[in-house]
Design a binder for this molecule. Structure first.
Ligand code: F6R
Length: 257
């Protein structure tokens, strides 16, 4: 894993945007995997800026989001399909239909989940997957105990995750959905590059487990240790419980030249 401990959100945004810019320069029809939530926002902000400056175009690109709440009204701003359009996709030049999100509004959600994996495969697979991490170590909505090889499926949110996400729902945990459709850990691991973003001390334990803990379904993000091209972009707060920091800083300094 390549672990970058960065001073602030501007630096995180800049490194994340560099990776996306390079991808689309090398492969204009690349497939981007998008996380929602607050962590990747600095990256999306910087990518939008570079798009406006003519440096990145997504007009041949495609995108898939990681997950979706089950049961939120069509126009709810926290529906992840709305969130990602409002915060990123509608500000750049993806073509109509280039964004796909898991669909909770079908009669057969299970069939829809299987179809989602198939659609990713038919698009050629995800080239670069943006990820956040939950305080309990979830990636997408794969909560502790999820099979490390899982595919896109219906999951439920732990009370911890619902408490964490209540900040997006007027601070009211009862307004946070209990279920979701989420890409599985096996699905995510097939992306050719993973870029996980985390800020703040609240994420420090999850980041320590991710980078230095034993691979375990109890900390789902630890599966990333098995990925050959995983990047972790974090601030000092999220890095504050790591032991091997000297190595990470040295490795990052060499990588950035
Ligand atoms: C969202 C997602 C989740 C979030 C995680 C962290 O699509 O997949 O795993 O990345 O819950 O959320 P934030 O970034 O809001 O702290």
């Amino acid at each position: 894993m390549k672990i970058a401990i960065l001073p602030d959100n501007d630096a995180i945004g800049s490194v994340g945007a560099d990776l996306i810019e390079k991808l689309y320069r090398d492969k204009p029809n690349a497939v981007l995997g998008l996380a929602t939530g607050s962590s990747p926002l600095p990256v999306y902000k910087e990518v939008i800026k570079r798009h406006e400056a003519g440096r990145i175009s997504f007009k041949e690109g495609r995108a898939f989001t990681l997950d979706e709440y089950v049961g939120l009204p069509e126009d709810h701003p926290e529906r992840y399909s709305n969130f990602i359009r409002n915060n990123f996709v509608s500000h750049v030049d993806f073509q109509e239909g280039a964004l796909r999100t898991p669909d909770d509004r079908t009669d057969d959600i299970e069939a829809g989940a299987a179809a989602y994996d198939k659609a990713i495969a038919e698009a050629g697979g995800v080239d670069l997957q943006i990820l956040g991490i939950g305080t309990d170590g979830h990636i997408a909505f794969n909560e502790p105990g999820e099979a490390l090889t899982s595919r896109t499926h219906i999951g439920f949110l732990t009370d911890q995750t619902r408490r964490d996400n209540a900040r997006f729902f007027d601070g009211d945990i009862d307004k946070v959905p209990t279920h979701c459709i989420t890409q599985g850990l096996g699905t995510i691991m097939e992306a050719r590059q993973l870029v996980l973003i985390a800020q703040g001390e609240g994420k420090a334990k999850a980041i320590r487990e991710l980078a230095e803990g034993a691979i375990s379904a109890f900390w789902p993000a630890t599966i990333m240790q098995m990925h050959p091209n995983a990047w972790i972009l974090i601030d000092e707060g999220a890095a504050s419980m790591l032991e091997n920091v000297d190595f990470y800083r040295e490795q990052w300094a060499k990588l950035r030249g």
